[in-house]
Design a protein around this ligand. Sequence first.
Ligand code: SF4
Length: 153
Amino acid sequence: MLHYLFTYPETIVDGDGIRFSIYLAGCGHHCKGCHNPESWNPRAGHPLTPEKVEEFITAINGNPLLDGITFSGGDPFYNPKDFFPLIKEISGRTRQNIWCYTGYTYEELAADPERKQILPYINVLVDGRFEQNLYSPQLTFRGSSNQRIIKLR
Ligand code: SF4
């Protein structure tokens, strides 16, 4: 079962507008200078039970101020087998615009059949590992300049 680290019911730093952010546990990239190494463990945080998912969907659908949902982590693509049904359900039942952060590049995701099937549910992908030598505090919505904000649909 997926684990989540925490959620932000209303944040303005994880993409355009006001967003409900869900931080999923698990990341295999181990970038030097990672802001949150505790997030690498897929068992960190709390189990994302069906009841929790229901709770998130109710909160999202009950907030008319939201502009969208953001998945971050960790790396949401760490466990594509479980992330696929989650994003499919949340997307289908909320009809929200979805941003997703990942340490993979778009090209890596597109070359992996299991991860590629998730891409159609994402409006905006922020891709790539965190590169400490390319870090800049001036960048909006990303940590290092190699990362790209890619509009997928
Ligand atoms: S992809 Fe993100 S969470 Fe994973 S190690 Fe790199 S900076 Fe940390």
